[in-house]
Design a protein around this ligand. Structure first.
Ligand code: NAD
Length: 485
């Protein structure tokens, strides 16, 4: 297909038009936010088939999987946002210390201005639109940039965003040159989803304008399996989380650390799960995604030669097919452990104890210190709690994979090398809002003790006033004490 990019000279005017719409106040009223989100929702539903076709054309995403993880996910996020928007927009009344009475205080969530939203190719629909939903809900103008590596889907997304027909919601299409030009513009917030190398470019560009950033990155997310896990269920859930989208998922379990006594049972159960999901001839299955492009295919094919192939191992360059593969006998020094795999290859490493597994994750010298996701499998709550407490990560799921990001009540984001900031649901609304503190004073009385001249009597009063406990702090302290007890 011919990939049409936005002319470089059109990029600054598009951003300026979005800014003008914001400055005019177009995007602030709740009515605009709701109407724009509803318009996006109806366009998504009307174009569902076109979008699913584009995802098949780009990398063979199975339609049901694509609907669930892309369109359904985004529509669900819009519905959650529409249901909660009035509450989120409401000023939040907060306490006022006794010394500042009479007066009241509240926090207003204000739109920040123009949000830039740069997305990757692996879930090209939801990773572009869900941040847009949050930015619009918070009353901002938004400039979106889909990934050029999923060109059919990018073209559909450009068409969809243009069909919203509002200069406050606009789109730039292209690759490095266009994104570089886009990043030269001034924004009020940038959300970037992708790899940590480009994230550094984005953050440097943002620094020029002191623009805050949300960086949604990746990394090597471990799955730790205890000998006390339900192995059949763990195997299925890990295999599903890994092989959905052919492992091209930022929160896919990247590798498994399993206690030695259940290693063979787990590997065998994962082989069985693959057969249950995709049949004996996976290449013929319509339910298994292809690798996005040849460079990624060749990068992954090399990794198939690490350790011993226990499941899968086949590949076909013509269809960019890499079989769902489980590798055993892997060590920390193998190339497959050097960087995020981002494909359907799952190394399984045997450990003697959970402590060894935890130590392995924490000593992430070659793999980035803080993964985006962490998975722990055990029937013992104490074991799962220990893993979650001792290994940090962006998010975590106990006895499951991927599901934690589908709950709109949980923040989605990384930490350290896996990113900064978070979104989804209210967290997205907050990410693109300025929380503005407003204190309102009464003029009925005007105590003079804060005004100069500072006599000894006033100074005494000031000290007394400042040391008076706020009743709310007294209650909080008691609750904290009770909680601790
Ligand atoms: P990609 O190649 O599509 O790049 C992402 C975006 O960056 C694109 O829009 C692209 O145009 C832009 N870009 C590329 N090079 C650039 C440059 N030099 N300057 C400015 N912009 C540039 O996607 P990718 O980075 O290969 O995505 C895969 C990575 O993203 C993986 O590490 C994955 O874990 C991570 N990821 C994270 C999340 C998350 O939500 N945390 C989601 C998906 C993917």
């Amino acid at each position: 297909m011919e990939f049409i990019t936005t002319p470089l000279d059109d990029i600054a005017p598009k951003v300026l038009a979005a800014r003008a719409a914001f400055e005019k106040g177009t995007t602030r009223p709740a009515a605009w936010r709701i109407a724009t989100l509803k318009r996006m929702r109806s366009l998504l539903e009307a174009r569902e088939e076109r979008l699913l076709d584009a995802l098949v054309a780009d990398f063979g995403k199975p339609r049901a999987e694509a609907w669930l993880t892309e369109i359904g996910f985004t529509v669900g996020d819009i519905d959650h946002t529409l249901a909660n928007l009035a509450l989120w927009m409401k000023p939040d009344r907060v306490g006022t210390p006794v010394a500042f009475k009479p007066g009241s205080s509240h926090i207003i969530s204000e739109p920040v201005g123009v949000v830039c939203d740069i997305a990757p190719w692996n879930y090209p629909v939801q990773l572009l639109l869900v941040p847009m939903v949050a930015a619009i809900a918070a009353g901002n103008a938004v400039v979106a940039k889909p990934s050029e590596l999923a060109p059919h889907t990018a073209a559909e997304l450009v068409d969809l965003i243009e069909a919203i027909g509002d200069p406050a919601v606009t789109v730039v299409q292209g690759g490095v040159a266009e994104t570089t030009e886009l990043l030269a513009q001034r924004f009020d917030h940038i959300i970037y989803t992708g790899n940590s190398r480009v994230a550094r470019i984005v953050m440097r560009a943002a620094a020029e304008h002191l623009t805050p950033v949300t960086l949604e990155l990746g990394g090597k997310s471990p799955a730790i399996v205890s000998r006390n896990a339900n192995i059949a269920v763990a195997a299925k859930r890990i295999a599903w989380g890994k092989f959905v989208n052919a492992g091209q998922t930022c929160i896919a379990p990247d590798y498994v650390l399993v206690e030695e006594s259940v290693h063979d049972e787990l590997v065998a159960a994962m082989g069985k799960a693959v057969e249950e999901f995709y049949g004996t001839d996976v290449q013929a299955s319509a339910d298994f995604t292809r690798i996005v492009n040849e460079p990624h295919f060749h990068r992954l094919e090399k990794l198939l030669h690490n350790g011993t192939v226990a499941v899968g191992g086949q590949s076909d360059v013509d269809t960019r097919y890499i079989a769902p593969t489980v590798l055993t006998g892997i060590t920390k020094d193998d190339p497959v452990m050097a960087e995020e795999i981002f494909g359907p290859i799952l190394p399984v490493i045997s450990v003697q104890s959970l402590d060894e597994a935890i130590g392995f994750v924490k000593d992430g010298s070659a793999m980035g210190d803080k993964p985006l996701a962490l998975y722990t499998f055990s029937e013992s709550d104490a074991e799962n709690d220990k893993v979650v407490a001792e290994c940090t990560s962006g998010g975590a799921c106990v006895n499951g994979t991927l599901f934690h990001i589908s709950n709109p009540h949980l923040p989605f984001g990384g930490v350290g090398e896996s990113g900064m900031g978070s979104y989804h649901g209210k967290f997205g609304f907050d990410a693109f809002s300025h929380q503005r503190g407003v204190h309102t004073r009464s003029t009925k009385i005007d105590p003079s003790f804060t005004y100069p001249p500072y006599t000894a009597k006033k100074f005494k009063l000031i000290r007394k006033g400042m040391s008076m406990s706020d009743p709310r702090d007294v209650v909080a302290k008691a609750r904290g004490w009770f909680h601790k007890a």
